[in-house]
Ligand binder design. Sequence first.
Ligand SMILES: Nc1nc(=O)c2c([nH]1)NC[C@@H]1CN(c3ccc(C(=O)N[C@@H](CCC(=O)O)C(=O)O)cc3)C=[N+]21
Length: 291
Amino acid sequence: MTAELIDGKKAAERLRGQVAELAAAFAADAGRKPGLAVVLVGEDPASSVYVRSKGKATVAAGMESFEHRLPVDTDQDDLIALVDRLNADPAVDGILVQLPLPDGLDAQAVLTRIDPDKDVDGFHPVNAGRLATGLNGFVPCTPYGCLMLLKSQLGDLSGLNAVVIGRSNIVGKPMAALLTAADCTVTIAHSRTKNLPHHLAHADIVVAAVGRPGFVRGEWLKPGATVIDVGINRTADGLVGDVEFEGAASIAGAITPVPGGVGPMTIACLLRNTLVAAHRREGIALAADAI
Ligand SMILES: Nc1nc(=O)c2c([nH]1)NC[C@@H]1CN(c3ccc(C(=O)N[C@@H](CCC(=O)O)C(=O)O)cc3)C=[N+]21
């Protein structure tokens, strides 16, 4: 292995520390802590683990955590009614409805019901539009975390070639928008892309978000490339990313591990977005470069 390991766990700890300091200052100013509501429908074991760790991280950062666990057979109207209550609750700055929702529930209708100014996941179409047009909104946590890792690794990203593999609304599309705004030359590759190795051969930055274990091969990479692996695949070998790690680590300049790369940054960015939401809702200034 010759690539430098990008330590997402350490970067996330640093960000969480900054959020905690700013959350304490907010609480002193506003007379209340920033609040994050997390809604989990059903008992998917992986989702339960994530929701628990989000709750713990929220409290550790000096914020209020409101957890709503609903039965798997919850109907659409009851879930929408809960979102309406959270929208109206002044103690709630951020709302996250854990995905995926059980079969039979319409996730798009639920996400679109969340007040865009409490949408700390950045999944509401209004926030997607704000990101696409360069307005202030909320950026989805995973791509935002990836951008922070890239900037701390590479500094200015201007003029670099970036290939984003995956075109989901949650990762690929917002990632491409962020890299475009950072002046990269961006290619979005996906399942229908012809000759992916051709595109990767020119990529200074690769963000892999396809959900297939070991899909990206080391020999496809440009030597020295910076590789961000968003994949979290549970296999017989344990948790693995979308990038074939051993091969990639011998050619890339730097690479995120799985676990310990992008995942911890996702949760830290959720706290960051909640802090920003709280400041905006209370009309309290937060220096643009504070976090
Ligand atoms: N509305 C919504 N927002 C989300 O942000 C959201 C969601 N739904 N549904 C599920 C996915 C997944 N997700 C992760 C967060 C942290 C880690 C994480 O911290 N992973 C650790 C450990 C992983 C493990 O051990 O299982 C790591 O990669 O090192 C992973 C995955 C957020 N998601």
